[in-house]
Design a protein. Structure first.
Length: 330
């Protein structure tokens, strides 16, 4: 049984599957504004083993909360950009790769408040932003649920490695609440299930807002769902409790996640996909050189189902409306 779990956690593409995926990716990248329906004929032609791996993972039953795809083609990669939003890879076939994978898991989405609604995010260090707790930094980034504050936070996120850091030490850290819960006391679990926690908006959502403390979401629980199939809503940097009992439970959770954490040093062509409701993720620190050869990942978000009211409020296809427009709706 353990062997089956290991196989499902990692899938390496064969040579023919790699070539087939790349050809489909080149076609998908030609239609950057196409909706999920328009891509259906390409998704149906994805390599069978890859499709089965992703569809199985999309069911949300994985105790690990992540799956690692290895051996993807990334094509010709230019120098790592030195600034934010350079659009260095607009139209690159990896746009198509990530769109096809995201749409097979659910539907590729962006957020109007984050990077102006970009659907694919380039994750690389930016000079002067080393200490920012977001994709432009290089300091350690502790465990978090992506977009923890959001009522429509992603169901899945993916990180595709184009280039690793010079020293080969930057790890994507993934920790499942379904494994961590065994390292918590019943009292801590009970405390974490109470809706007494608030999560601040992350800095990627507040770059263009006035100075001052970020808005808060909540109150919400940190752990919810069936005991044997728990879900997580937690950001070690932004989630705070309303009482000392909750604060102690958050500390215990952070230790438990550390206990079960898996550090994955991604190589070019590796794509790690995280179930955003099951596993928290983070990043270890690394030393950028800003020489065009720094670590470079590409990120996508996937949502299984976007409510009708949200779709009808979208100003652009696939882009979730601003928090100011939907806050308090759910």
């Amino acid at each position: 049984m353990a062997l089956v779990a290991e196989i499902r956690r990692t899938h390496r593409l064969s040579g023919p599957d790699r070539e087939k995926l790349w050809k489909l990716s080149e076609m998908a990248a030609r239609f950057p504004d196409a909706g999920a329906g328009a891509m259906s004929f390409l998704r149906l032609d994805l390599p069978e083993a890859l499709r089965e791996t992703l569809l199985d993972f999309a069911e949300g039953t994985s105790p690990h909360g992540h799956v690692l795809l290895r051996g993807l083609d990334v094509g010709n990669v230019p120098p790592t950009p030195a600034g934010q939003g350079t659009a260095a890879l607009d139209g690159h076939p990896t746009d198509g790769t990530l769109t096809l994978v995201a749409d097979l898991l659910g539907s590729l989405v962006g957020y109007q408040d984050e990077k102006s609604g970009a659907l694919i995010h380039d994750v690389h260090p930016v000079p002067g932003e080393e200490t920012r707790i977001e994709n432009s930094g290089s300091v350690a980034f502790d465990f978090h649920t992506e977009n923890v504050h959001h009522p429509l936070r992603p169901d899945f996120l993916g990180l595709l490695c184009l280039r690793r850091d010079h020293d080969g030490v930057a790890a994507t850290r993934v920790a499942s609440v379904r494994e961590a819960i065994a390292h918590l006391t019943p009292e801590d679990v009970e405390a974490l299930r109470r809706p007494v926690y608030h999560s601040a908006y992350p800095s990627s959502f507040t770059r263009d807002t006035a100075a001052g403390p970020p808005p808060l979401s909540g109150p919400h629980p940190v752990i919810f769902g069936d005991p044997d199939r728990a879900f997580l809503r937690f950001n070690s940097h932004h989630t705070r409790a309303a009482d000392t009992r909750g604060t102690r439970a958050l500390d215990a959770l952070a230790r438990a996640l550390e206990t079960v954490c898996r550090d994955i040093v991604l190589e070019p062509g590796d794509l790690v996909i995280v179930d955003n409701h099951v596993a928290a993720h983070g990043r270890s620190a690394f030393a950028p050189r800003y020489d065009g050869a720094d670590r470079w990942l590409r990120r996508f978000y996937s949502l299984r189902s976007t409510p009708l009211w949200a779709r009808r409020m979208m100003r652009r296809p696939r882009v979730i409306p601003r928090m100011a427009d939907i806050r308090g709706v759910v």
